[in-house]
Structure formats: C-alpha cells, structure tokens
Ligand binder design. Sequence first.
Ligand SMILES: Nc1ncnc2c1ncn2[C@@H]1O[C@H](COP(=O)(O)OP(=O)(O)OP(=O)(O)O)[C@@H](O)[C@H]1O
Length: 257
Amino acid sequence: MPTSDHPPPALELIGLVKRFGAKTAVHDVTLAVPAGSFYGLVGPNGAGKTTSLSMAVGLLRPDAGHARIFGADVWADPVGARSRVGVLPDGLALPERLTGRELLVHLARLRGLSRDTAAARAEELLDLLDLLDAERTLVNDYSTGMRKKIGLATALLHGPRLLVLDEPFEAVDPVSALTIRGMLRAFVDGGGSVVLSSHVMALVEQLCDRVAVIAAGRVVAAGTIAEVRAGDSLEDRFVELVGAGVTGRRAPSWLAS
Ligand SMILES: Nc1ncnc2c1ncn2[C@@H]1O[C@H](COP(=O)(O)OP(=O)(O)OP(=O)(O)O)[C@@H](O)[C@H]1O
C-alpha cells in the first residue's frame, strides 16, 4: 500500500497488453508517471499510444496488465480512479446537437456540480479557449480544432488532478495552442499532472519534463527529457530510436518527373 511518505504515481501502467485479432497492438507496456510531472508520450503512427492511453483511463479493457490512477485500479475501482482524471480521448464522440456552453453545463451537472458552478466553469472555459464567439454554434458545426478545444474543456470541468490528453494540440491554431500550453503549465505548477501524446517533438521537449517513446507497442525509452535525448535533440533521438530505414527513402520516380 502506498504511504504518505511515498505517494503513488499519478498514473501507473503495469504490463499492459492489447490484441486486436492476430495483431498485438500493445506488448507489456509498463510506465510510471510521477505526481506533479508533465509527461509526453511519443511514437510513430500506429505505435500503440492511443491504445495504451485508452487502457490507462478505463476506456478500453486490457488483455493483461493493470492501470492505476493515484493508486486506484481503473477496473477494480473505476469511480475512485475516474474521479481523479480528466480525459481527452482520440476521436471523442460529443453530443452534436448542443452548443458548446450547453454541452459543458450538461456534463458539469452530470458530474455533480451545482447549477451556478457549472455555469461559471462553462463560461470561464469557453472564454479561455476562445469559443465564446461560437456561442450559438452547435458542436456538430464546429471545426476540427474547435472540437479539440471543447473536448479539452470537458476534460477540465470537474477539476481533476491528472489530465490524460491524446494529441491535444492537433489541428489547434497557434494562438489557442499557446493558451492551452499556458493552462497546462499552470495546472502542473499548481501540483497537477499531465500525460499527453504528441507528434511534435519540439513541443514535447519544451513542455514536458518526462517522455516515453513507444514503438510497435513497446516502450523503447523512458525517463526525463534529458535522459531520453542523451545529448541530441528529441527529434534526432526519436528518429534514431524508431526511424531505422526511413531516412534513405525517396519520392516515387513518377512524382518528381
Ligand atoms: N479497434 C481496433 N481494431 C483493430 N486494430 C486496432 C484498433 N485500434 C487500434 N488498432 C491497431 O493497433 C495499432 C496501434 O494503434 P494506435 O491507435 O494505438 O496507435 P497510435 O500510436 O495512437 O497511432 P497514431 O500516432 O497514428 O495516432 C495500430 O496497428 C492500429 O491499426
């Protein structure tokens, strides 16, 4: 049992395995995200990041292994685990016939917040994420980046201590990205923990203090940014770890002519 001298990690993945038919998408992924850290998860397309994060937060049942959020097992104690985490999943399904404000207030009420608190948090998040102008727009008519931002707002609503965000900056404009970065940084500075996946190495290098590299469903490197970079840029190290055989490839001959 964790003691107060040794608080449990914000997120712990222990031997996670996921198979889809004959394909093993995630092989024995083990990771610990210390409380208070800003953790990046990187890896090539199809490496198993989304599958791992989905199992980490209880959206996908693993074939083997465990996930714990602040010591609470995601499957044995789903209420305890999920109350402490805010999730931005990949391809988030949203109620399409609501405006952003209606959606946020509705979800906040479902999570047990009072009417006044729900309204105040919805207003603050819409303002912060620059969605107030789209006050009357239905989520169905949101752009990809707006959907990402409203998804992030839904993850923040209940004031979780851990955020698990699958590619939160994908399709988000640079000004909104700066706002989101500032929000996440302030959240971590205030004692929160963040795990995010991203394909943008420079962003992970600037924002995160720890990183894990996943390739073909396995963790191939994990540690502080400095440990994983090992003196190189994160991008160079990433290519070295997972990009074998890619650098010499050329465009198809018919494309250049
Ligand atoms: N529901 C599913 N059914 C079958 N195969 C799946 C399913 N979900 C994921 N996979 C496979 O599992 C592997 C890992 O996919 P995953 O989405 O976790 O990768 P990723 O690292 O998030 O990729 P990307 O960076 O492209 O988003 C891929 O080979 C993918 O085709």
